[in-house]
Design a protein around this ligand. Structure first.
Ligand SMILES: Nc1ncnc2c1ncn2[C@@H]1O[C@H](COP(=O)(O)OP(=O)(O)O)[C@@H](O)[C@H]1O
Ligand SMILES: [Mg+2]
Length: 334
Protein backbone atom coordinates (compact mmCIF):
# COMPACT_ATOMS: atom_id res chain seq x y z
CA UNK A 1 0.00 0.00 0.00
CA UNK A 2 2.92 2.33 0.13
CA UNK A 3 3.36 2.32 -3.62
CA UNK A 4 1.31 5.13 -5.03
CA UNK A 5 1.45 3.64 -8.51
CA UNK A 6 -0.74 0.76 -7.38
CA UNK A 7 -4.35 1.78 -7.02
CA UNK A 8 -6.27 -0.02 -4.39
CA UNK A 9 -9.82 0.84 -5.15
CA UNK A 10 -9.60 -0.91 -8.48
CA UNK A 11 -12.53 0.85 -10.01
CA UNK A 12 -11.32 4.26 -11.07
CA UNK A 13 -8.30 4.39 -13.30
CA UNK A 14 -8.18 8.15 -13.06
CA UNK A 15 -8.13 8.32 -9.28
CA UNK A 16 -4.78 7.77 -7.65
CA UNK A 17 -4.03 5.08 -5.20
CA UNK A 18 -5.28 4.86 -1.71
CA UNK A 19 -7.87 7.52 -2.03
CA UNK A 20 -11.18 5.75 -1.57
CA UNK A 21 -14.32 7.80 -1.53
CA UNK A 22 -13.99 11.51 -1.19
CA UNK A 23 -11.30 11.21 1.39
CA UNK A 24 -7.80 12.44 1.09
CA UNK A 25 -5.57 14.68 3.03
CA UNK A 26 -4.96 18.18 1.86
CA UNK A 27 -1.83 19.17 0.05
CA UNK A 28 0.16 18.50 -3.05
CA UNK A 29 0.64 15.08 -4.53
CA UNK A 30 3.85 14.37 -2.75
CA UNK A 31 2.05 14.31 0.51
CA UNK A 32 -1.36 13.03 -0.43
CA UNK A 33 -0.94 10.08 -2.74
CA UNK A 34 -0.39 6.67 -1.34
CA UNK A 35 -2.39 7.12 1.80
CA UNK A 36 -5.52 5.19 2.54
CA UNK A 37 -7.30 7.49 4.86
CA UNK A 38 -11.04 7.15 5.01
CA UNK A 39 -11.49 10.51 6.64
CA UNK A 40 -13.99 12.97 5.36
CA UNK A 41 -12.52 15.59 3.13
CA UNK A 42 -11.68 18.73 5.03
CA UNK A 43 -13.76 21.53 3.68
CA UNK A 44 -12.31 24.83 2.65
CA UNK A 45 -8.74 23.77 3.28
CA UNK A 46 -6.25 25.99 1.57
CA UNK A 47 -2.72 25.28 0.60
CA UNK A 48 -0.58 28.25 -0.14
CA UNK A 49 0.47 28.57 -3.73
CA UNK A 50 4.12 28.29 -4.46
CA UNK A 51 5.25 31.63 -5.87
CA UNK A 52 7.56 29.75 -8.19
CA UNK A 53 4.71 28.49 -10.29
CA UNK A 54 3.35 31.82 -11.38
CA UNK A 55 5.41 31.73 -14.54
CA UNK A 56 3.52 28.95 -16.29
CA UNK A 57 1.92 30.15 -19.50
CA UNK A 58 -0.94 28.17 -20.88
CA UNK A 59 -1.35 27.58 -24.62
CA UNK A 60 -5.04 28.06 -25.29
CA UNK A 61 -4.66 27.60 -29.05
CA UNK A 62 -3.84 23.92 -28.84
CA UNK A 63 -6.76 21.83 -30.05
CA UNK A 64 -7.94 19.71 -27.16
CA UNK A 65 -11.48 19.01 -28.33
CA UNK A 66 -12.83 15.84 -26.73
CA UNK A 67 -12.25 12.64 -28.66
CA UNK A 68 -15.17 10.52 -29.73
CA UNK A 69 -15.53 7.98 -26.96
CA UNK A 70 -18.62 6.36 -28.37
CA UNK A 71 -21.05 7.95 -25.98
CA UNK A 72 -24.14 9.68 -27.43
CA UNK A 73 -23.70 13.43 -27.57
CA UNK A 74 -26.55 15.81 -26.87
CA UNK A 75 -26.77 19.10 -28.71
CA UNK A 76 -25.61 22.42 -27.39
CA UNK A 77 -28.05 23.74 -24.81
CA UNK A 78 -29.73 20.38 -24.18
CA UNK A 79 -29.65 18.79 -20.77
CA UNK A 80 -26.53 16.79 -20.23
CA UNK A 81 -27.03 15.88 -16.60
CA UNK A 82 -29.87 16.19 -14.14
CA UNK A 83 -29.63 15.94 -10.39
CA UNK A 84 -33.12 14.93 -9.33
CA UNK A 85 -34.27 15.43 -5.76
CA UNK A 86 -31.07 14.01 -4.37
CA UNK A 87 -30.84 13.47 -0.64
CA UNK A 88 -27.75 12.04 0.98
CA UNK A 89 -27.41 11.41 4.67
CA UNK A 90 -24.28 10.61 6.59
CA UNK A 91 -25.67 9.38 9.88
CA UNK A 92 -27.31 12.46 11.32
CA UNK A 93 -25.83 14.84 8.77
CA UNK A 94 -27.99 15.64 5.78
CA UNK A 95 -25.26 16.53 3.30
CA UNK A 96 -27.73 16.96 0.44
CA UNK A 97 -31.38 17.66 0.99
CA UNK A 98 -33.66 17.14 -2.01
CA UNK A 99 -31.29 18.94 -4.34
CA UNK A 100 -32.32 19.30 -7.97
CA UNK A 101 -30.58 21.10 -10.81
CA UNK A 102 -29.42 20.39 -14.31
CA UNK A 103 -26.44 21.09 -16.49
CA UNK A 104 -26.85 22.08 -20.12
CA UNK A 105 -24.45 20.92 -22.76
CA UNK A 106 -21.88 23.60 -23.49
CA UNK A 107 -22.33 25.76 -20.42
CA UNK A 108 -20.21 26.57 -17.43
CA UNK A 109 -22.37 25.98 -14.39
CA UNK A 110 -21.13 27.29 -11.08
CA UNK A 111 -21.88 25.36 -7.91
CA UNK A 112 -21.27 27.59 -4.95
CA UNK A 113 -22.01 27.76 -1.26
CA UNK A 114 -20.24 28.05 2.05
CA UNK A 115 -18.05 25.32 3.45
CA UNK A 116 -20.04 22.24 4.30
CA UNK A 117 -22.88 23.20 1.94
CA UNK A 118 -22.69 19.89 0.08
CA UNK A 119 -20.82 20.88 -3.08
CA UNK A 120 -18.18 18.16 -2.99
CA UNK A 121 -20.79 15.64 -1.89
CA UNK A 122 -22.75 16.57 -4.96
CA UNK A 123 -19.73 15.71 -7.14
CA UNK A 124 -19.36 12.47 -5.23
CA UNK A 125 -22.94 11.52 -6.01
CA UNK A 126 -22.53 12.47 -9.67
CA UNK A 127 -19.37 10.41 -10.05
CA UNK A 128 -20.45 7.23 -8.31
CA UNK A 129 -18.55 7.69 -5.07
CA UNK A 130 -21.79 7.72 -3.10
CA UNK A 131 -25.27 6.47 -3.79
CA UNK A 132 -27.93 8.96 -2.82
CA UNK A 133 -30.20 8.06 0.07
CA UNK A 134 -33.04 9.06 -2.22
CA UNK A 135 -33.40 10.70 -5.60
CA UNK A 136 -30.99 10.15 -8.44
CA UNK A 137 -28.83 11.50 -11.22
CA UNK A 138 -29.69 11.28 -14.89
CA UNK A 139 -26.98 11.59 -17.49
CA UNK A 140 -27.81 11.82 -21.19
CA UNK A 141 -31.39 11.13 -20.17
CA UNK A 142 -30.65 7.87 -18.35
CA UNK A 143 -30.26 7.17 -14.65
CA UNK A 144 -26.67 6.72 -13.55
CA UNK A 145 -28.00 4.15 -11.13
CA UNK A 146 -25.39 2.18 -9.27
CA UNK A 147 -22.65 2.63 -11.84
CA UNK A 148 -19.16 2.57 -10.50
CA UNK A 149 -16.68 5.37 -10.77
CA UNK A 150 -14.79 3.93 -13.71
CA UNK A 151 -18.03 3.30 -15.60
CA UNK A 152 -19.05 6.89 -15.07
CA UNK A 153 -15.64 8.04 -16.29
CA UNK A 154 -16.20 6.01 -19.44
CA UNK A 155 -19.61 7.58 -19.90
CA UNK A 156 -17.89 10.95 -20.07
CA UNK A 157 -17.95 12.52 -16.62
CA UNK A 158 -14.56 13.53 -15.25
CA UNK A 159 -13.61 15.38 -12.13
CA UNK A 160 -10.77 16.92 -10.24
CA UNK A 161 -10.50 16.91 -6.49
CA UNK A 162 -10.63 19.68 -3.94
CA UNK A 163 -7.46 18.21 -2.49
CA UNK A 164 -5.10 17.32 -5.30
CA UNK A 165 -4.80 13.65 -6.13
CA UNK A 166 -2.05 12.73 -8.49
CA UNK A 167 0.17 9.72 -8.81
CA UNK A 168 2.97 11.38 -6.94
CA UNK A 169 5.73 9.11 -8.16
CA UNK A 170 4.71 9.14 -11.79
CA UNK A 171 5.68 11.84 -14.25
CA UNK A 172 3.31 14.52 -15.44
CA UNK A 173 3.01 12.73 -18.77
CA UNK A 174 2.27 9.38 -17.14
CA UNK A 175 -0.40 10.95 -14.99
CA UNK A 176 -2.16 12.22 -18.11
CA UNK A 177 -1.71 8.90 -19.87
CA UNK A 178 -3.67 7.26 -17.08
CA UNK A 179 -6.53 9.52 -18.05
CA UNK A 180 -6.14 8.75 -21.75
CA UNK A 181 -6.24 5.06 -20.95
CA UNK A 182 -9.30 5.36 -18.79
CA UNK A 183 -11.74 5.50 -21.64
CA UNK A 184 -10.45 2.68 -23.76
CA UNK A 185 -8.67 0.21 -21.54
CA UNK A 186 -10.44 -2.64 -19.82
CA UNK A 187 -9.28 -1.73 -16.37
CA UNK A 188 -6.68 -0.38 -14.09
CA UNK A 189 -4.40 -3.36 -14.33
CA UNK A 190 -4.00 -3.25 -18.08
CA UNK A 191 -3.68 0.50 -17.95
CA UNK A 192 -0.97 0.24 -15.38
CA UNK A 193 0.97 -2.46 -17.15
CA UNK A 194 0.99 -0.40 -20.30
CA UNK A 195 2.66 2.47 -18.54
CA UNK A 196 4.90 4.15 -19.27
CA UNK A 197 7.01 2.47 -21.93
CA UNK A 198 4.30 0.78 -23.92
CA UNK A 199 2.28 3.89 -24.10
CA UNK A 200 5.17 5.90 -25.42
CA UNK A 201 5.16 3.58 -28.39
CA UNK A 202 1.47 3.88 -28.86
CA UNK A 203 1.71 7.23 -30.51
CA UNK A 204 -1.89 8.23 -30.36
CA UNK A 205 -2.38 8.30 -26.63
CA UNK A 206 1.03 9.77 -26.15
CA UNK A 207 0.37 12.56 -28.63
CA UNK A 208 -2.96 13.28 -27.00
CA UNK A 209 -1.38 13.48 -23.56
CA UNK A 210 1.31 15.81 -24.82
CA UNK A 211 -1.29 18.02 -26.45
CA UNK A 212 -3.10 18.33 -23.17
CA UNK A 213 0.09 19.09 -21.30
CA UNK A 214 0.93 21.74 -23.87
CA UNK A 215 -2.53 23.24 -23.59
CA UNK A 216 -2.08 23.49 -19.84
CA UNK A 217 1.39 24.97 -20.18
CA UNK A 218 3.04 21.85 -18.81
CA UNK A 219 4.75 20.41 -21.88
CA UNK A 220 8.15 21.41 -20.57
CA UNK A 221 7.45 19.40 -17.44
CA UNK A 222 6.27 16.17 -19.07
CA UNK A 223 9.00 14.08 -17.53
CA UNK A 224 8.98 15.59 -14.07
CA UNK A 225 7.54 13.58 -11.22
CA UNK A 226 4.18 14.94 -10.15
CA UNK A 227 5.36 15.36 -6.61
CA UNK A 228 8.17 17.66 -7.71
CA UNK A 229 5.91 20.04 -9.56
CA UNK A 230 4.99 23.36 -8.02
CA UNK A 231 1.53 23.50 -6.51
CA UNK A 232 -0.06 25.41 -9.37
CA UNK A 233 1.31 22.96 -11.92
CA UNK A 234 -0.13 20.09 -9.92
CA UNK A 235 -3.54 21.71 -10.05
CA UNK A 236 -3.28 22.15 -13.81
CA UNK A 237 -2.00 18.63 -14.23
CA UNK A 238 -5.08 17.32 -12.50
CA UNK A 239 -7.22 19.15 -15.02
CA UNK A 240 -5.12 17.77 -17.88
CA UNK A 241 -5.63 14.26 -16.57
CA UNK A 242 -9.37 14.79 -16.29
CA UNK A 243 -9.48 16.18 -19.84
CA UNK A 244 -7.56 13.14 -21.03
CA UNK A 245 -10.64 10.99 -20.44
CA UNK A 246 -12.39 13.10 -23.13
CA UNK A 247 -15.25 13.96 -20.85
CA UNK A 248 -18.47 15.52 -21.96
CA UNK A 249 -18.77 16.94 -18.48
CA UNK A 250 -15.75 18.24 -16.63
CA UNK A 251 -16.31 18.76 -12.92
CA UNK A 252 -13.76 20.96 -11.19
CA UNK A 253 -13.78 21.05 -7.40
CA UNK A 254 -12.26 24.34 -6.27
CA UNK A 255 -9.54 24.25 -8.92
CA UNK A 256 -8.24 27.64 -7.86
CA UNK A 257 -7.93 26.78 -4.18
CA UNK A 258 -4.69 28.16 -2.83
CA UNK A 259 -4.10 30.43 -5.82
CA UNK A 260 -3.42 34.12 -5.55
CA UNK A 261 -5.85 36.49 -7.34
CA UNK A 262 -3.76 36.72 -10.52
CA UNK A 263 -3.46 32.94 -10.78
CA UNK A 264 -7.18 32.58 -10.14
CA UNK A 265 -8.03 35.02 -12.91
CA UNK A 266 -5.77 33.12 -15.28
CA UNK A 267 -7.35 29.82 -14.36
CA UNK A 268 -10.84 31.17 -14.95
CA UNK A 269 -9.71 32.28 -18.41
CA UNK A 270 -8.44 28.78 -18.99
CA UNK A 271 -11.73 27.26 -17.89
CA UNK A 272 -13.53 29.43 -20.40
CA UNK A 273 -11.16 28.27 -23.11
CA UNK A 274 -11.78 24.65 -22.14
CA UNK A 275 -15.50 25.24 -22.56
CA UNK A 276 -14.94 26.92 -25.91
CA UNK A 277 -13.12 23.80 -27.06
CA UNK A 278 -16.27 21.73 -26.64
CA UNK A 279 -16.50 20.73 -23.00
CA UNK A 280 -19.27 21.35 -20.51
CA UNK A 281 -17.96 22.49 -17.15
CA UNK A 282 -19.33 22.23 -13.65
CA UNK A 283 -17.27 24.48 -11.45
CA UNK A 284 -17.21 24.45 -7.68
CA UNK A 285 -15.62 27.59 -6.44
CA UNK A 286 -15.69 29.25 -3.11
CA UNK A 287 -14.86 32.71 -4.40
CA UNK A 288 -18.14 34.31 -5.41
CA UNK A 289 -16.58 37.06 -7.50
CA UNK A 290 -14.56 34.57 -9.44
CA UNK A 291 -17.60 32.47 -10.24
CA UNK A 292 -19.56 35.51 -11.35
CA UNK A 293 -17.05 36.27 -14.06
CA UNK A 294 -16.83 32.88 -15.67
CA UNK A 295 -20.13 31.02 -15.31
CA UNK A 296 -23.28 31.07 -17.42
CA UNK A 297 -25.51 29.98 -14.56
CA UNK A 298 -25.04 29.38 -10.88
CA UNK A 299 -26.59 26.98 -8.36
CA UNK A 300 -26.22 27.90 -4.72
CA UNK A 301 -26.22 25.37 -1.91
CA UNK A 302 -26.41 26.01 1.78
CA UNK A 303 -26.59 23.33 4.46
CA UNK A 304 -27.32 20.74 1.80
CA UNK A 305 -30.20 22.62 0.26
CA UNK A 306 -30.41 24.51 -2.99
CA UNK A 307 -31.23 28.05 -2.00
CA UNK A 308 -30.94 29.75 -5.38
CA UNK A 309 -30.32 29.20 -9.05
CA UNK A 310 -29.92 31.68 -11.88
CA UNK A 311 -27.64 33.88 -13.92
CA UNK A 312 -24.66 35.45 -12.18
CA UNK A 313 -26.54 38.77 -12.05
CA UNK A 314 -29.59 37.12 -10.50
CA UNK A 315 -27.48 35.33 -7.94
CA UNK A 316 -25.59 38.46 -7.07
CA UNK A 317 -28.83 40.28 -6.34
CA UNK A 318 -30.54 37.40 -4.57
CA UNK A 319 -31.18 38.37 -0.93
CA UNK A 320 -31.13 34.76 0.23
CA UNK A 321 -27.72 34.29 -1.30
CA UNK A 322 -26.39 37.51 0.10
CA UNK A 323 -27.66 36.74 3.56
CA UNK A 324 -27.11 33.03 3.75
CA UNK A 325 -24.14 32.35 1.56
CA UNK A 326 -22.05 35.42 1.92
CA UNK A 327 -22.79 36.39 5.46
CA UNK A 328 -21.66 39.86 4.53
CA UNK A 329 -23.46 42.98 3.45
CA UNK A 330 -24.60 43.48 -0.09
CA UNK A 331 -21.86 45.89 -0.96
CA UNK A 332 -19.21 43.31 -0.27
CA UNK A 333 -21.12 40.81 -2.34
CA UNK A 334 -20.96 42.73 -5.59
N1 LIG B 1 -17.88 10.91 4.14
C1 LIG B 1 -18.55 11.72 4.94
N2 LIG B 1 -18.96 11.30 6.15
C2 LIG B 1 -19.67 12.10 6.97
N3 LIG B 1 -20.02 13.36 6.67
C3 LIG B 1 -19.63 13.84 5.49
C4 LIG B 1 -18.87 13.06 4.56
N4 LIG B 1 -18.63 13.80 3.45
C5 LIG B 1 -19.19 14.99 3.69
N5 LIG B 1 -19.79 15.02 4.90
C6 LIG B 1 -20.52 16.14 5.48
O1 LIG B 1 -21.45 16.59 4.52
C7 LIG B 1 -21.56 17.99 4.53
C8 LIG B 1 -21.21 18.53 3.17
O2 LIG B 1 -19.82 18.39 2.92
P1 LIG B 1 -19.15 18.77 1.55
O3 LIG B 1 -19.93 18.22 0.44
O4 LIG B 1 -17.72 18.37 1.64
O5 LIG B 1 -19.27 20.36 1.57
P2 LIG B 1 -18.61 21.46 0.62
O6 LIG B 1 -17.86 20.76 -0.46
O7 LIG B 1 -19.74 22.28 0.13
O8 LIG B 1 -17.72 22.27 1.50
C9 LIG B 1 -20.60 18.47 5.63
O9 LIG B 1 -21.35 18.65 6.80
C10 LIG B 1 -19.64 17.34 5.76
O10 LIG B 1 -19.08 17.28 7.03
MG1 LIG C 1 -15.87 20.78 -0.93
Amino acid sequence: MSDPTQPTTGDDPTAPAGTPGPAGPAGPAGTSAGTSSGRAEPTGGRTLADPADEVTEINPDVDIAPEDIGVPVVSEGERLLEVDEVTLRFGGVVALNEVSFHINKGEILGLIGPNGAGKTTCFNVMTGVYQPTSGGVRYLGKPLGKRKKYQITKLGIARTFQNIRLFANMTALENVLVGVDAHHSTGVVSAMFRLPKHRREEGQGYARALELLTFMGLDGKADELARNLPYGDQRRLEIARALATSPQLLCLDEPAAGFNPAEKAKLMELIRTIRDQGYTVLLIEHDMKLVMGVTDRIVVLEFGRKIAEGSPAEIRDNPAVIAAYLGVDEEDAS
